[in-house]
Design a protein around this ligand. Structure first.
Ligand SMILES: NC(=O)c1ccc[n+]([C@@H]2O[C@H](COP(=O)([O-])OP(=O)(O)OC[C@H]3O[C@@H](n4cnc5c(N)ncnc54)[C@H](O)[C@@H]3O)[C@@H](O)[C@H]2O)c1
Ligand SMILES: *[C@@H]1O[C@H](CO)[C@@H](O)[C@H](O)[C@H]1NC(C)=O
Length: 438
């Protein structure tokens, strides 16, 4: 198995390459020696960063580098009965289904919902997920069991595993890829930077490399994020607004993904649609997100942190209900045009799109807590604090008019209605007392 992230984080910089550059610098020109100084400080900075990432990977091997996890745990794939399961899961229902879709991150929150929606209407669906332990893997296993009952097989593997991806395309000529596998979370990016590079950059590139080389090339719809708007203050956020000021490494890797998508579209004719999701919530959601752990902590009587901006302003989010997001994802798949390349060569221009998928109605976090209190019939122990400067932005608000025009996207669920469904699921899921929300 090729392991790109390990390569990136552990190989020392090649000194030979820099020596060559050095010979271009004329010693008598002060401008050039200033350039030389800058070059060398950049190199030393890079070296320090490499050593840091490397030492971190020694300290938390499993979490920083899921591929290492792979090697020690040895996901099992391959064999004739495995191939039979793959084929049968990916087969569209005769007469109804149109697409065969590979869904990456299928055991994740959004991946589970999109996979079951596609399967329900008759499309062939195969899932792929590495079941990493960024949050409680037993929740991912429960989602997998749900998909299993719906007839969706989730292959256990990493998007960085080129041999596995090639095998999957050999067994099934996927018409579409719904790429949702990623390292999510804004604040975790400071503790665990390598996992963002591994999944959101190296993994995405690996997936695109395989997609560009197979025939026929699939059309790809993938998850970007509203976090690309970063420090942009113009609201509502429109696709044309600036996205060059990310406030977290997570946001930076999603922005990088958008540029990488441009490249693969340009060079290889891959049809690519990026979706900028705005704070998605709902049943089977992610335990690292505020609405989820607020619910858990209100029930436990534990204090919950409510952020306010440094200037005393409110922190608000454009919370978007999962069913609305699923409709947007499916519409993006349905309207995606074919990739134009073949044999790794571009044959003509291909579709390249980016859409906001939000709710267009930001809600202050304090109001979110109020709704949860009413639904849970319990008082929250609020602890108001200033929003830390480590990735969270103050305000998000989507302009979805482009998605409305091109995808027929129309969010229908207000926060009150959506949270009611979430709380209902939460109480049932964790009611037995056997499972714990951490
Ligand atoms: N939920 C949101 O509010 C939100 C907002 C913006 C963008 N997104 C993006 O949407 C996508 C889905 O998000 P989600 O909320 O369902 O998150 P999630 O963490 O529940 O789902 C991601 C899944 O991908 C899997 N995965 C991670 N790295 C992998 C790898 N290298 N190989 C194989 N599988 C891997 C994880 O195990 C997980 O099950 C992500 O790309 C995320 O960045 C989500
Ligand atoms: C929303 O985005 C569209 C482009 O998709 C733009 O024409 C329109 O002006 C934007 N609306 C606002 C209020 O920013």
């Amino acid at each position: 198995m090729k392991d790109k992230s390990r390569f990136m984080s552990e190989s020392p910089p090649s000194p030979g390459k820099f020596k060559m550059e050095k010979s271009y610098v004329h010693p008598l020109r002060s401008r050039a020696s200033l350039g030389k100084l800058t070059l060398w400080s950049l190199i030393s900075l890079g070296a320090i960063l490499l050593v840091f990432v490397w030492s971190q990977s020694l300290r938390h091997p499993g979490r920083l580098d899921p591929a290492r996890h792979y090697l020690t745990n040895g996901y099992a794939w391959g064999g004739s009965s495995w191939e039979r399961r793959v084929r049968s899961s990916a087969r569209p229902r005769p007469g109804v289904g149109m697409m065969t879709v590979l869904v990456t991150g299928a055991a994740g929150f959004i991946g589970t919902h999109v996979s079951s929606a596609l399967k329900r209407r008759g499309d062939g669906v195969l899932g792929l997920d590495n079941f990493n332990s960024y949050y409680d893997p037993s929740l991912k296993r429960a989602r997998q069991a749900l998909l299993e009952r719906a007839g969706v097989f989730v292959v256990e593997g990493d998007i960085n595993d080129e041999a596995l991806l090639r095998k999957l395309f050999e067994v099934v000529p996927f018409t579409h890829v719904m790429h949702l596998a990623a390292q999510a979370g804004v604040r975790n990016a400071m503790e665990n930077p390598g996992s963002y590079v591994h999944s959101n950059i190296a993994g995405f590139v690996n997936l695109l490399e395989v997609c560009k080389s197979v025939s026929p090339q699939p059309s790809i719809v993938w998850a970007s994020s509203s976090s690309v708007y970063g420090l942009n203050t113009k609201v509502p956020f429109s696709e044309k607004d600036r996205t060059d000021q990310p406030a977290s490494l997570y946001a930076a890797t999603k922005k990088a993904g958008e540029e990488i998508a441009h490249t693969y579209n340009h060079i290889y004719g891959l049809s690519l649609t990026g979706l900028r999701f705005f704070t998605v919530y709902g049943p089977w959601g992610r335990p690292d997100m505020a609405y989820f752990f607020f619910t858990r902590d209100i029930l436990k009587g534990k204090a919950i942190p409510i952020f306010e901006a440094a200037n005393g302003g409110t922190v608000a989010r454009d919370f978007t209900y999962i069913d609305d997001i699923v409709r947007g994802c499916v519409a993006a798949l349905d309207t995606s045009e074919r990739s134009t390349g073949s044999g790794g060569k571009k044959k003509g221009p291909a579709q390249l799109r980016l859409f906001n998928l939000g709710n267009t109605s930001p809600v202050p976090v304090a109001d979110l807590v109020g709704i949860l209190e009413r639904l849970l019939k319990m008082k929250a122990n609020r602890k108001v604090m200033t929003i830390p400067r480590n990735g969270d932005v103050q305000f998000t608000h989507a302009n979805v008019s482009l998605a409305q025009r091109k995808l027929g996207y129309q969010p229908r669920t207000d926060l009150q209605t959506g949270l009611k469904k979430f709380v209902w699921w939460y109480l049932r899921f964790y009611a037995s007392g056997k499972k714990s929300a951490g």
